[in-house]
Write a protein that binds this ligand. Structure first.
Ligand code: FMN
Length: 360
């Protein structure tokens, strides 16, 4: 499946305040698979797409062991606590989503000491873990010395991870996320060795170079190559759209732990389908009627946190992903793409199983 990264997000403006919904107020889907197997399933960070509202919704479905925030860009200073709370409202609820899934705070920057100081502040504010981003391919980010461009200098990757590890209490895990390299894979093993020597707790590998962008395939076998050379827990990421892909990724990478990104936006129950398969169970995939209910729940969550004038945007963005798996989502997107009023959108979502009613 070829899916564009879909980054043209007209992001909703934050509403005033945050109601920090308490776990008991949240309806966790009763049939969610909650049992844990040894293999972990992580939800990938996705800037502009997976914010705290989407994390809340997706983790309610079950199967996700951990999430990551959008990135906190560290370029000049120690950021004030309010910036941490904006990117990670879950700090107000023990660093967990309402369904109880921990959320690591993601930092992006090229200066070891500055990244380290901000990471320490994040830990102090209650982040259950810190995640360092060396994968972002965006030109604007790379030009300002952040993301995948740092992979060109393995020694700097090492310095940033080492400074951060020293600054953050040992009890707070430090995960690192990389690609296979910037232009090519020639420095991949050196980067991995540096991350391990710097004391990272684990390493997520998006199995493509920066120059590969998001073009399939993902080279999962490269993760297996790294595995032969290090003792660091590795997590495989990239191009996992189905339970079958997950099994192939595990086979080729030699790692059981996976991180799933766009596949979960296209199929929100993918983590719990995979978890069920890991437990030797079979469960049916969500049908579009269930997706429609999820869209309504997502609209409510969005309205709780964002200005209603922008509340239709996240739904449109999500439908942009859902339509790759659910043809009905494409049809629904066509019907709502010009809507700006949240209540009209709600009416369409409520009646979209009977599309002719509105037209009549
Ligand atoms: C819109 C978008 C935003 C992303 N934002 C981040 C980010 O903030 N940090 C990061 O490490 N990776 C980011 N990624 C990369 C994903 O986490 C993941 O590595 C990539 O999409 C490959 O996994 P997938 O094929 O399962 O989607 C982003 C990807 C997309 C498409």
């Amino acid at each position: 499946m070829t899916i564009p990264p879909l980054t043209n997000h007209d992001k909703a403006a934050p509403a005033q305040g945050h109601d920090g919904c308490a776990p008991q107020q949240v309806r966790v889907y009763s049939d969610a698979v909650t049992a844990k197997t040894q293999a972990r399933i992580l939800l990938a960070p996705m800037e502009g797409v997976i914010d705290h509202t989407m994390r809340d919704l997706l983790t309610r479905l079950g199967g996700v062991d951990r999430c990551v925030t959008e990135f906190l860009r560290v370029s000049q200073e120690l950021l004030p606590p309010r910036v941490f709370h904006r990117i990670c409202p879950e700090l107000a609820t023990g660093g967990q989503t309402a369904a109880g899934v921990p959320v690591y705070l993601q930092l992006l920057g090229g200066h070891p000491q500055l990244v380290a100081e901000n990471a320490a502040r994040g830990a102090e504010l209650g982040a259950p873990g810190i995640d360092l981003n060396f994968g972002c391919p965006a030109k604007t980010v790379n030009r300002s010395d952040g993301g995948s461009v740092i992979l060109r200098e393995p020694e700097r990757v090492h310095a940033i991870v080492a400074a951060t590890r020293r600054a953050v209490p040992e009890s707070v895990p430090l995960s690192v996320k990389i690609r296979l390299g910037f232009e090519d894979r020639s420095q991949f093993l050196e980067i991995v060795a540096g991350v391990e020597a710097a004391g990272a707790s684990e390493l997520v590998v998006h199995a493509r170079t920066r120059n590969d962008g998001y073009r399939p395939p993902a080279y999962w076998e490269e993760i297996d190559r790294a595995r032969q050379h290090c003792n660091l827990p590795l997590i495989a990421n990239g191009e996992i759209w189905s339970v079958e892909d997950a099994h192939r990724a595990r086979g080729e990478s030699g790692t059981e732990d996976l991180m799933l990104g766009r596949g979960v936006l296209c199929r929100p129950d993918l983590p719990r389908l995979l978890r069920a398969a890991d437990l030797g169970e079979h469960r049916p995939a969500l049908d579009f009627e269930e997706i429609r209910k999820l869209l309504l729940t997502y609209l409510d969550i969005t309205l709780n946190h964002y200005d209603p004038r922008y509340a239709t945007n996240p739904i449109k963005q999500w439908l942009g992903y859902l339509r790759y798996y659910y043809p009905q989502a494409a049809e629904l997107f066509t019907r709502i793409k010009r809507l700006r009023d949240a209540e009209t959108l709600r009416t369409v979502l409520q009646t979209s199983d009977t599309p002719h009613r509105l037209a009549a």
